[in-house]
Design a protein. Structure first.
Length: 169
């Protein structure tokens, strides 16, 4: 796996494989919003993971205003990337995660580059993201994809203008 990925909309067919990767190779806090449930990948948290993803099946124009994609490498589900309409016209916010064994191989930047193409095709002008300064992986991916980064109040805010030419690979 050297940075070659394919994105597919999250649907009922790939939701269980995505959950399996999350359970085996990620922390709940990295892949879904907090829920009141016993710690770890309890039954209640797995069900909340399914519902969280199903709420976005309507895509950018659905009630969740979010399009989620599974990230596939060599045909295997390895993580998820999403875009969500922000309050600003022409702007989506992005977030992503990969299973631990898929990190550090350039798959994150490859997935984000594809998401930027999908966002542009959906008529967006800007993609934004928010992370924390200690998340070196996320900061590195955003920088590699040409984001302008601003740090304030313990957060890193990233902005990618889709009119700008992407940085060379
Ligand atoms: C953030 C994330 C998607 C990055 O994707 P990636 O494919 O690992 O990105 P890269 O391969 O370009 O590596 C990025 C950085 O991760 C670090 N890294 C290297 N190997 C790693 C590993 N095995 N595990 C974690 N990070 C690693 C390196 O510092 C690398 O930086 P560099 O290339 O500038 O030296 C991934 O680390 C992840 O899923 N993290 C958990 C969820 C998360 O934090 N999501 C972002 C929320 S804002």
């Amino acid at each position: 796996m050297t940075g070659a990925v394919r994105l597919e909309p999250v649907d009922e067919r790939n939701l269980e494989p995505l959950l399996s990767v999350a359970v085996a190779e990620a922390e709940p806090a990295d892949v879904m919003p907090p829920v009141a449930a016993p710690a770890g990948w309890s039954h209640a948290r797995r069900e909340a993971f399914r519902q969280f993803h199903r709420a976005s099946f309507g895509g950018l124009d659905g009630p969740g205003s979010t399009q989620m994609y599974v990230i596939l490498a060599s045909g295997e589900v390895v993580g998820m990337i999403r875009m969500t309409r922000s309050g600003e016209p022409g702007t989506v916010e992005t977030g992503m995660w990969l299973g631990r064994s898929a990190r550090g191989q350039g798959l994150g930047p490859a997935a984000l580059r594809q998401l930027l193409d999908f966002a542009a095709a959906a008529g967006m002008q800007r993609v934004v993201a928010e992370t924390t300064p200690d998340n070196r992986g996320a900061v590195s991916v955003l920088r590699k994809c040409g984001a302008e980064l601003r740090e304030a109040d313990g957060k890193v805010r990233a902005e990618i203008c889709l009119d700008d030419p992407p940085p060379a690979l």
